[in-house]
Design a protein around this ligand. Structure first.
Ligand code: 16G
Ligand code: ZN
Length: 552
């Protein structure tokens, strides 16, 4: 009864916006910030219920609209695992957001609590961690989330302040493992595992000071701000942060990983003074990362882009090399028969050249639909699963059982053959598992891993970039009335509805050497996205255009 009246009174302060239907898309709710008060309040309720349902654990709420414009905002929930909200709760999120009155809302909650058997009374207190990016609207939305959380008895909200999306996910995971989960602990873990990887580099590989310099575009968002702190804890890497959000620039405007990856041009604040330097770009909430080089001459405006596919390739090469070393025999010791399963996960957007490259490395390549939750889930099926979207979101997941085995193996090796290449390989993999965010793709930890591996290999960004040559590609979007009319299968690589379209796409594609094209409904906008690649840029453009006409 107390619970009922609490919910009724608090929800009366948050009426949903008129005439808009919100849906928990690929990455939570996103809209113009002025529309989101009631949704965020309701997501506060959901995250609190989720924490109670999962045996009074810790869940999280992140308020961000990532790479979208500064006036937008959004909200998403981190599950106790640190990953995305379990997909079977998404319909409940939709229903909550769209309930027209407090009475409807209460009824929905009552039914859901019953159906899911969520314990409301006599339970241990649960916690929801709250975070937000640098958007000005974040402060009042965070208040709304707090109101939602505290309208569920037995659940406390803890405000982590302005954090990157991956930091918030990391904190949720750390708290549920009973570990320290403050921002300083995060920085500590990243910087110490980075140092560990650097210390394990064979001495002949050391780079010159100039090669240790990296210039980072912070998208005028939270990532740049955090990197300014993190970089002071690092030796052996000299980071200059631009677009850190401290000066004039606007969040995501002409800057950031999404802009750089889609437009293939240098972000604001970069130019001819950076020719020859290694550059990287974060997105607005620092869960995406791409690398790039400023083009050598004025006439050529296209940057040399090193995207998520190439990060995946770099990580895969390094991990595979360590696994190989680890499996080598040492003297009488026959090593171990255990063969950990290494797999990589991509989406249809992965450049065809990257998929070929990975297959040549004899890696198991799996495809999933677009969206972190799908990739993450697949990667988690391997002992070591590496996933990346071409747009720069990705990470490496290590299974608990593999890590246990690795710890034990390392113990064994360090007593039997300390300093052996096998022991060093084990140490490297352990360091990678601590450096790379196990909850979600993280631009800051990804950046440190890239830097450590480049130093380990003694590679320049060009050596890395030349692992393979990207096929020219083009992305277009077509505005449509009803994007749900397009239904895809086979990880979005085939259209099954409307009938006939796939055949027409096949006919167009067949006209181009190395042609590949697909369409899919966006999960975040009312558009159908078109992707095409072919052996030349002209061909890719022309294929994309003719496929776009089929959609119209
Ligand atoms: C969201 C997804 C991202 C995906 C993008 C596709 C998360 C955290 N983010 O930003 O992974 O690439 O949507 O957008 O899942 P689209 O469906 O509009 O093409
Ligand atoms: Zn993002």
């Amino acid at each position: 009864e107390e619970q009922r009246s609490l919910l009724l009174s608090s929800s009366s302060c948050f009426s949903p916006p008129q005439g808009v239907r919100l849906s928990y898309g690929t990455a939570g709710f996103r809209a113009d910030a002025t529309l989101l008060q009631s949704t965020v309040y309701r997501i506060g309720i959901l995250a609190a219920l989720r924490a109670l349902k999962m045996e009074s654990s810790v869940t999280g709420i992140m308020i961000t609209a990532s790479h979208n414009k500064v006036t937008d905002n959004g909200v998403k929930v981190a599950d106790p695992s640190g990953g995305m909200l379990s997909q079977d709760w998404e319909p409940f999120a939709d229903a909550l957001a769209n309930a027209p009155t407090p009475q409807h809302l209460l009824q929905l909650i009552t039914e859901f609590v019953k159906k899911e058997k969520i314990p409301l009374e006599g339970v241990r207190p649960a916690t929801v961690l709250l975070g937000r990016d640098t958007r000005p609207s974040g402060e009042s939305l965070l208040e709304a989330a707090k109101q939602g959380i505290s309208s569920i008895l037995g659940v406390a909200a803890v405000d982590m302040g302005i954090v990157t999306t991956p930091q918030l996910h990391w904190m949720v995971l750390a708290r549920n493992k009973g570990l320290k989960a403050h921002e300083l602990d995060y920085f500590e873990q990243l910087s110490s595992s980075f140092r560990c990887l650097i210390d394990l580099i064979p001495s002949e590989g050391r780079m010159s000071e100039r090669d240790l310099k990296l210039v980072v575009d912070g998208a005028n968002g939270v990532g740049g701000e955090k990197l300014e702190v993190l970089k002071t804890m690092l030796d052996n890497l000299f980071i200059e942060v631009r677009n850190s959000g401290k000066d004039e620039g606007v969040l995501n405007e002409g800057v950031g990983a999404d802009f750089v990856q889609k437009e293939k041009v240098v972000p604001h604040g970069f130019g001819s003074q950076d020719i020859g330097l290694r550059c990287a770009s974060l997105d607005g909430d620092a869960d995406r990362l791409v690398y790039f080089c400023v083009p050598p001459s004025k006439g050529c405006s296209n940057i040399e882009l090193v995207d998520g596919d190439k990060m995946l390739s770099l990580f895969a090469i390094f991990v595979k090399e360590q696994l190989h070393t680890l499996s080598k025999e040492i003297g009488e010791n026959t090593g171990s028969n255990y063969q950990p399963r290494l797999g990589v996960v991509q989406t249809a957007y992965a450049n065809g050249a990257s998929t070929n490259f990975l297959k040549k490395l004899q890696l198991e390549v799996i495809f999933t639909p677009t969206g972190v939750k799908y990739l993450h889930e697949k990667a988690a099926e391997f002992d070591i699963g590496i996933y990346f979207e071409a747009n720069g979101h990705g990470t490496i997941l290590f299974s608990e059982s593999f890590l246990c085995w690795l710890e034990a193996r390392h113990e064994e090796l360090s007593s039997a053959s300390k300093g052996s290449e096998q022991e060093t390989a084990a140490l490297r993999l352990l360091a990678v598992s601590k450096l790379i965010n196990q909850a979600v793709g993280d631009a800051l930890s990804g950046l440190l891993l890239v830097e450590a591996i480049l130093q380990h290999m003694g590679w320049s960004i060009h050596t890395w970039s030349e692992l393979y040559q990207d096929l020219p590609s083009r992305q277009l979007k077509v505005k449509v009335v009803d994007r749900t009319a397009v239904v895809t299968a086979n990880a979005e690589r085939i259209v099954v509805r409307p009938p006939g379209i796939q055949e027409a796409i096949n006919t167009e594609t067949a006209k181009y050497p190395q042609g590949r094209s697909f369409i899919r409904p966006s999960g975040t906008e009312d558009v159908i996205r078109v992707y095409a690649e072919a052996s030349t840029q002209e061909a890719a453009d022309s294929l994309a255009n003719s496929v776009a006409i089929l959609v119209d």
